[in-house]
Structures are given as C-alpha cells and as structure tokens.
Design a protein around this ligand. Structure first.
Ligand SMILES: [Zn+2]
Length: 278
C-alpha cells in the first residue's frame, strides 16, 4: 500500500462524520461535524437556508473554483401506519427495497431514535411456487408496537425519516465499509484538500469554495441552489462509483472500474475538456 496522506485526526473525523446520520433534508448535524473539522483551514464559511456548507479559502479572489461533495444520505420516510402498528415507507433518495428486509432501522422522532426492523414473512410461510420479491409497497417496519395508537405514543408519525444504523469499519486493513460512503468520502476528500493546503502552506491564485451540498440524492437540489449563490467559474464535483468487476454487473454498459486503481474521471459534454486534461 502506498504511504497515506491521511493522519489519525483525519480518520477520526471520517469515522465520526460517517457514523452520524444525515438523511436528505436533515443534514445539519453532519454539516456541523464537517465545518468543525474545517474551521482551522478555512478563511470563512457560507451556509444557505437549506443547509449547504461552504468553506472558503481566499474569499476576495475574483476567479472562483468549487470543489464539491454531497452531505446527504439516502433514507426512507414513514408513509403509512397500519392498524396493526406496522410502518409502510416511501423513499427519500434511491433507497433499495430489495435489500431492506431484515435490516435494522433508526426512526428519527422528536423523542429521539426509535428502533425498528424491516420484516419479511418466514421462509416456511411463503408460497414456494410464486415467491414474492420485496417491493416498495410490500416492505414494512416493525417497531414492536401492538397497534397504530402505540406507534403514535412512541413518537413515530407519518413523515418521520428512517436511516440505517450501520457504522464504519475496515475490511482487510484498507477497505472502508459503511452506509453513506456515498458521498461522505467526497465531503471527506475535499476537507482533506483544505487541511493539506494549510499544512503545506500553499497559497492559491483563486478563491477555493469547498462545498458540501445538501439534497443531492433527490436530484442535485442543494448544488443547484448554492451554485446560484457562489456563481463559480469552474466546479470539480466528486461522487462515488461502482467496482464493475463485482458480480452481476455488465461492463459493456457500466464500464470498467475497479477498486484500488485510482479515481474515475467522467467524460461528458458538461465536463470542461481542458480542465479534465489537467
Ligand atoms: Zn452520491
């Protein structure tokens, strides 16, 4: 493994930042962790009404460069509570109904976190000749309540947001595992740029706007809003991609990308070619 530019402080920050839940539309606690880490490295901060946070280096410069990641993570909303006290959900971002059954969840309420489990009928009770697949309209969460009234007493109502509690760990020394690596890793990388600039005493001939956008998972809303505010000359945007050598992925349509082989840089008309070539 190559020598790492990461240090203990940055990894401690990454773990804390990953383990905090920041579902789309509810990113403020994560943004506070992110801004706290960046405080020694930024000249000033900008935040907007919806919670996008920007650490600025050289705020007086006229040429503005954005480096960006998104702060939010996919989640679910409570959409319907049955009389028997089960919760039916809709997506907040691209949450996957196929992997939901048997996952533990955190339901965010004004009284704090209420634990739940995505249920699924036991194998013995299912009709083997026509197994039903998990779908958005048949997956449900059990919070141990006997009826709807008890659900409400526990502080859970339609519109409560639901996240997974999965926490950060490392597989085989250097493979990071967590929910919301999409795109906490982006937020982490751009934060590390600020740290490394400061520690290496680099001065920049432009203004650098290190931008942690909210609400990406529902259609890039936070980035759209903050772009109007900053009006950057260029933006370098980070997000995750897939290791397409993993099973059941068609490389002819998904391309050839593999973990450990370095970053993937997109081609597209919107990707400024001269900037890309740098
Ligand atoms: Zn993403």
């Amino acid at each position: 493994m190559a020598t790492s530019i990461l240090n203990k402080k940055s990894l401690t920050f990454l773990e804390k930042y990953l383990n905090n839940a920041a579902p789309t539309g509810y990113e403020w606690d994560g943004q506070k962790i992110w801004m706290d880490y960046l405080k020694p490295y930024a000249d000033e901060f900008i935040t907007d009404t919806y919670g996008t946070a920007v650490a600025v280096i050289n705020p007086k410069a006229t040429y503005k460069v954005v480096i960006e990641g998104h702060a939010d993570e996919i989640s679910w909303y409570v959409n319907y509570i049955s009389d028997t006290g089960l919760l039916y959900v809709i997506r907040n971002g691209g949450s996957d109904h196929q992997i939901a059954p048997s996952k533990i969840v955190n339901i965010h309420t004004k009284k704090g976190i209420v634990k739940g489990v995505f249920g699924w009928p036991a194998i013995h009770t299912r009709n083997k000749s026509k197994e039903e697949a998990p779908k958005p309209d048949n997956i449900f969460i059990d919070i141990g309540a006997k009826d709807k009234k008890e659900v409400e007493k526990m502080g859970v109502h339609v519109g409560c947001v639901i996240t997974y509690p999965d926490a950060f760990f490392i597989l085989n020394k250097d493979k990071f595992v967590c929910r919301a690596l999409d795109n906490r890793m982006g937020g982490f990388m751009i934060a590390e740029v600020a740290r490394l600039l400061k520690e290496n005493k680099k001065t920049l001939p432009f203004g650098l706007y290190i931008t942690n956008s909210v609400q990406e998972e529902i259609g890039l809303r936070g980035a759209q809003m903050i772009a109007e505010r900053i009006k950057p000359n260029v933006a370098i945007v980070t997000d995750v991609t897939h290791d397409t050598t993993t099973p059941m992925i068609n490389m002819k349509t998904q391309g050839d990308a593999q973990i450990g082989k370095g970053p993937v840089i997109a081609y597209a008309p919107a990707v400024q070619q001269k900037l890309r070539d740098l």
